[in-house]
Design a protein around this ligand. Structure first.
Ligand code: AMP
Length: 217
């Protein structure tokens, strides 16, 4: 099963992905996480991506498509794509690559949420650089301020969660990624629209209900 999780930055894609992969035993392929790992490792691709990521813009399509198609190939039977595709060109190229492998996207989960809610979520988000756990300064506080509950590392604010960069990421989302939903509608994919301005548990329950139904067909 291949699921694409769409939604603006800060809609909770990472959090929901973790829950979906556990329940359905799928691989989690986050383009943002893979790029951050490439940057941390100092690879050529990481270096190419750096300036685009730091400004809140998109990394060029060819860089991302090659990286994600390779990751999907390595991931085995099923995966959830998180943060990819983010442009219509990426969506088209992904479809072509999957068709070549006799595979296809089974469904799109589209998280919907207003920009002002997102801006608050993102600028207050803190994450663990070591284990990837995610917190929020008001709504999901760790037991000890700025320390990860799971591994004890110091929490950090992602450089692209700073206010100006968040504004630019939202602008980029509206200018380039909203059209991806239109593309999937046009090619007749199953799209589940989910209200993401809700409790984490309720959002997961809404997603699970849709995916359970899909698997039962
Ligand atoms: P994320 O963690 O998904 O918010 O991604 C962080 C940053 O990585 C984005 O703001 C982009 O600069 C870059 N990025 C991640 N996924 C993509 C993609 N599919 N296309 C282009 N750039 C991406």
């Amino acid at each position: 099963m291949i699921i694409v999780l769409l939604g603006p930055p800060g809609a909770g894609k990472g959090t929901q992905c973790k829950r979906v992969i556990e329940k359905y035993d799928l691989a989690h392929l986050s383009s943002g996480d893979i790029l951050r790992a490439e940057r941390a490792a100092g690879t050529e691709r990481g270096k190419k991506a750096q300036a685009f990521m730091d400004s809140g813009g998109l990394v060029p399509d060819d860089v991302i498509i090659d990286m994600m198609v390779a990751a999907i190939g390595k991931a085995g039977d099923g995966c959830v794509l998180d943060g990819f595709p983010r442009t219509v060109v990426q969506a088209e190229e992904l479809d072509k690559a999957l068709t070549d492998e006799n595979r296809k996207i089974d469904a799109i989960v589209n998280l919907e949420i207003d920009d002002d809610v997102i801006a608050n979520r993102l600028t207050g988000r803190r994450s663990c650089p070591d284990c990837g756990a995610i917190y929020h300064v008001t709504s999901l506080r760790p037991k000890v301020d700025d320390v990860c509950d799971k591994c004890g590392s110091g929490l950090v604010q992602r450089s692209d969660d700073k206010t100006d960069v968040v504004k630019n990421r939202l602008k980029t989302y509206h200018e380039q990624t909203v059209a991806v939903v239109g593309y999937y509608q046009q090619v007749g994919k199953i799209i589940f629209d989910i209200d993401a301005d809700n409790d984490i548990e309720k959002i997961s329950a809404a997603i699970f209900e849709k995916l359970d139904n899909l698997l039962a067909v």
